[in-house]
Design a protein. Sequence first.
Length: 140
Amino acid sequence: MIGKLNHVGVATPSIETAVALYRDVFGATDITEKRALPEQGVWVCFVNLPNAQIELIEPWGENSPIAAFLAKNPKGGQHHVCFEVVDILAARDAMRAKGATMLGTGEPRMGAHGVPVIFLHPRDMGGVLVELMETPRAAH
Ligand code: CO
C-alpha cells in the first residue's frame, strides 16, 4: 500500500535561510518559490532532488500548526515524512482499522501538491509524524 517517499518536511523559522543552506552548501539548483498556504498556516518551498523533495515549512499567521514545534526546536528540524498512496481514503480507512490515528477529523485536505493529504499521529508511527498524499496524476 505504501508508495514512494514523496518528501521530507523540514520546519524552519526562515525559508530564506533554509534555502540558502540547500542552495549554497548542498548545491541544490531546483528550488521553488516560497508560497503561502493560509488554510494550513504555513509558507512552503520545495527543494527538488533527483528522487524526492525537501518541503521547507515556515509558520504563516498566528495559529500555525508548526509554531509549537519551532518553540521546541528554535532552529527548525525534521518535521514529517510524506508517502504517496494511490487512494487516500482507502489508505486512511485501512490504516485506521490497524490502529493508526489521524490528526484532526481525518478528512483529507488539499495539500501543497494539489492532491488530498492526511496526517497520522506520531504516537502510532514510531514517533514520526507521517503525511499520506495521493499520488499526483501527472506522476503516473
Ligand atoms: Co508535507
